[in-house]
Design a protein around this ligand. Sequence first.
Ligand code: HEC
Length: 331
Amino acid sequence: MSTSLGFRTLGAAVLISAFGLSGAAVAGPPADWSEVPEKTISLFYPGQSSYNWLLSKEHKKGNRKVPKGAACLDCHEDDEQDMGDAIIEGDHPLEPNPAEGINGFIEVAVQAAQDGENLYLRFKWETQSDGPVRVAVMLDDGKVPNFAAQGCWLTCHDGMNSNPEAVSEDKVKAHPLFGDGGMKKKDIRKYLAASRTDEESSWDKTKSADEIAKIKASGGFLDLMYWRFKDGKPQTKDGYVLEYRNGDAKSSIGDAGKSTGELKDGVYTVVIQRKLDTGHPEDDKILKVGSVYSVGFAIHDGKVKDRFHYTSFPFALGIGVDADISAVSVK
Ligand code: HEC
């Protein structure tokens, strides 16, 4: 960082933009993360707890309240570790083939900061692997019903790749929207109920492409960003979830080099960044200082893929304001 963060004034910012330089030249992550408040959350192994399962009788009591929009944390405060352990240990209806030798949960210290240009999120956890890790952030601005209460589970359905009743490639290829005549997909990925026509949000009961485009244009999608760190180097993927887990037309978290991942003494420390205003409201959520958003996190810790990840319940993220997790202002 070439400019001292302490001296960034409004005048300097205006001057710099007048010269046509990117504001990123002066913006930057906190010089000292130890001054930024830390929130420790437990990400747990969810097995096959798809939204369909949450609505089934097996999800005792939850099955009646979840469709009414009840928050997971209303009933599951401090449950994460027990649930993750119960599901991973085997002999659990939510996990037919438990991965061996991995824990049911990971405790992650989360910190957040913003400098008027970028959002910085820092994750720190004891890793179980020296392999690559992947951190995913799902983010909403209140446009997706129930995301603030129920988080990532809203996107997780039977029929998806590595979930119950995973749909065969042949069936996907024959589907008018997803198949060879449309999006040319081979499997089913995350999606939102708003993109489907039936009460069960079945994978194949899709709304028309026009209707889905209208939902997207009104912001009814989730921003989904990934950072994968291999040998400390980040690779990013910028997408959104609506009728499918789509990639963005143009990645706006593409300057991956600015995110960092470090493995030291068994602890992974990852700092990811993205612009508050990416300039692409069509497939990104535009973040404003002073506003609160909802986020859910997922971490693939080591050589695992698909559903073998750790997931969080949703949290409120305040940009420069108080919330469950507050992105404190640094300048
Ligand atoms: C009205 C209360 C209620 C709500 C709301 C609720 N649950 Fe549950 N959930 C339960 C009960 C009761 C059980 C069964 C007892 C247990 O294992 O904790 C359960 C079990 C589970 C289990 C299995 C845990 C295990 O150890 O077998 C998972 C996973 C789960 N819930 C996830 C969720 C998620 C995700 C949400 C939010 C989308 C949610 N629940 C919302 C009441 C609720």
